[in-house]
Design a protein around this ligand. Structure first.
Ligand code: NDP
Ligand code: 2IT
Length: 449
């Protein structure tokens, strides 16, 4: 069940549509939050007086710039890059960089907007931002990736700093890209400022468990949602979309907790392995060779590859969308519900369409929105910043213990907040409201900024 979309909030939403024409993903993300905030404004009228909603929907700063670089043939290429510094009420802007041909301002703004609430939910001192470029890393050589990253940093560096804005990875940006970016930042500024980027390599200031953190966190959150209903992941059949950083470590953690992951995908299609996805094969194909997931069936003859169609047609108990926005539609949601799915947790940002969310909520299945379920990645980035600030390096066990505690706390605060507003089990409302209140209180305390 959802609250009626409050009239005052509807008119603010109309203003957002008007001021940001054509940015459909941004509209979707804003609408999803505003729809749940009616009861908060009723309880805290000061947030209306201080125009917190209008301010929170407007990024503090938006940077758009040209990135020229030379490919291996010496030809000049031109890309466009973005950094949207959305909100710094709780700490320096924090959020990943995405390299994908689909990247545009509306997508970076939706990601930055979501990041504000997600980061607030972690309880750690980080504001929200996001960036990226329409650069397509697929099929590029290492030296082309390096040229692009160096050129991008030549502009980006002036906006960054460990107390100002701290990027990390996202789609198409992992340890390799962060290495080139960090090296260039160090060269330009003549400062070994470890805390300016997170997701770094373990030998040069990175945190143990950061690479695994988002995927592990999604599964810990799923386990908590099931636990709240007296159930667990043990023996559950799981389907994961994507086969990148988030997907791989979600598969690893799900197996560790006794579930069986039987399918995963990439943008070309999906594989089914009823015996359980063999993670070392996926890692070899994706992390080492950077090939398509279809290569899995060459290595494991009893598995199947299905081109094109949706991975959500595979019957499962638990679905973990870990690829990209709007990859799980209303149609997919219906199929999952009909197949008896019990829980969905979003490893990706906004992977479920609004229609899909409504279908899951109407069917009363556990639905963990990305802002809560995938917050383990950015939370561990904040732990990386802590280690960098104290020039320390924690053990994997300790870092994972912190991650586990943070994910359980996020679950508790979403669950309790939903209950407090009479919507028990509504994690969408719980996450939006709990995150919003933390940011709104800080903004209120700081005056008209
Ligand atoms: P990766 O680049 O490592 O992997 C992305 C995966 O998603 C690939 O399998 C890719 O397939 C697939 N994918 C990407 N775009 C599309 C598309 N348009 N259609 C279908 N499949 C697609 O990225 P991550 O694993 O880091 O990120 C995955 C999601 O998780 C994103 O939504 C990201 O914002 C979110 N996220 C990431 C965090 C992190 O720490 N990395 C933290 C929190 C959220 P292909 O290779 O064929 O393109
Ligand atoms: O969407 C996300 O939370 C990320 N891509 C990770 C951000 C971060 O700063 O670690």
């Amino acid at each position: 069940m959802r609250f009626k979309f409050d009239e005052k909030l509807q008119s603010i939403f109309q203003e957002v549509l008007h001021r940001n024409p054509g940015e459909i993903e941004f509209h979707q993300a804003v609408r999803e939050v505003l729809e749940t905030l009616g009861p908060v404004l009723a309880k805290y009228p000061e947030f209306t007086d201080k125009k917190i909603i209008q301010r929170i929907c407007e990024p503090e700063r938006q940077i758009i710039f040209r990135v020229p670089w030379r490919d291996d043939n010496g030809e000049i290429q031109i890309n466009r890059a973005f950094r949207v510094e959305f909100n710094s009420a709780l700490g320096p802007y924090k959020g990943g960089l995405r390299f994908h041909p689909s990247v545009n301002l509306g997508i970076v703004k939706f990601l930055g907007f979501e990041q504000v609430f997600k980061n607030a939910l972690t309880g750690l001192p980080i504001g929200g931002g996001k960036g990226g470029s329409d650069f397509d890393p697929k099929g590029k050589t290492d030296s082309e990736i390096e040229s692009f990253c160096q050129s991008m940093m030549l502009e980006l560096y002036r906006h960054l700093g460990e107390y100002t804005d701290v990027p990390a990875g996202d789609i198409g940006v992992g340890c390799r890209e962060l290495g080139y970016l960090f090296g260039q930042y160090k060269r330009i500024t003549n400062r070994y400022e470890s805390g300016v980027l997170t997701g770094k390599g373990l030998g040069w200031g990175g945190s143990r468990a950061r690479k695994e953190a988002t995927g592990y966190g999604v599964v810990i959150f799923t386990q908590e949602m099931l636990r709240a209903r007296g159930d667990s992941l043990e023996g559950k059949k799981v389907v994961v979309s994507g086969s990148g950083n988030v997907a791989i470590y979600a598969i690893e953690k799900a197996h560790e907790l006794g579930a069986n992951v039987i399918a995963c995908s990439d943008s070309g299609g999906f594989i089914i392995d009823e015996a359980g996805i063999e993670l070392p094969l996926v890692q070899q194909i994706k992390e080492v060779e950077r090939r398509r997931i279809s290569a899995y069936v060459e290595l494991k003859k009893s598995s199947r590859y299905i081109e094109g169609s949706s991975v959500w047609s595979v019957p499962c108990d638990v679905a973990l969308p870990c690829a990209t926005q709007n990859e799980l539609t209303g149609r997919d949601a219906k199929i999952l519900v009909e197949n008896g799915c019990l829980a969905v947790a979003e490893g990706a940002n906004m992977p479920t369409t609004s229609e899909g969310i409504q279908i899951f909520q109407d069917a009363d299945i556990c639905f963990g929105p990305g802002k809560a379920a995938n917050a383990g990645g950015v939370a561990t980035s904040a732990l990386e910043m802590q280690q960098n600030a104290s020039r320390d390096s924690w053990s994997s066990e300790y870092t994972q213990k912190r991650l586990q505690e943070i994910m359980i706390d996020i679950h508790t605060s979403c669950y309790e907040t939903a209950g407090e507003f009479g919507e028990e089990g509504n994690y969408v409302l719980g996450a939006n409201v709990a995150g919003f209140i933390r940011v709104a209180r800080a903004m209120t305390a700081m005056g008209v900024i």
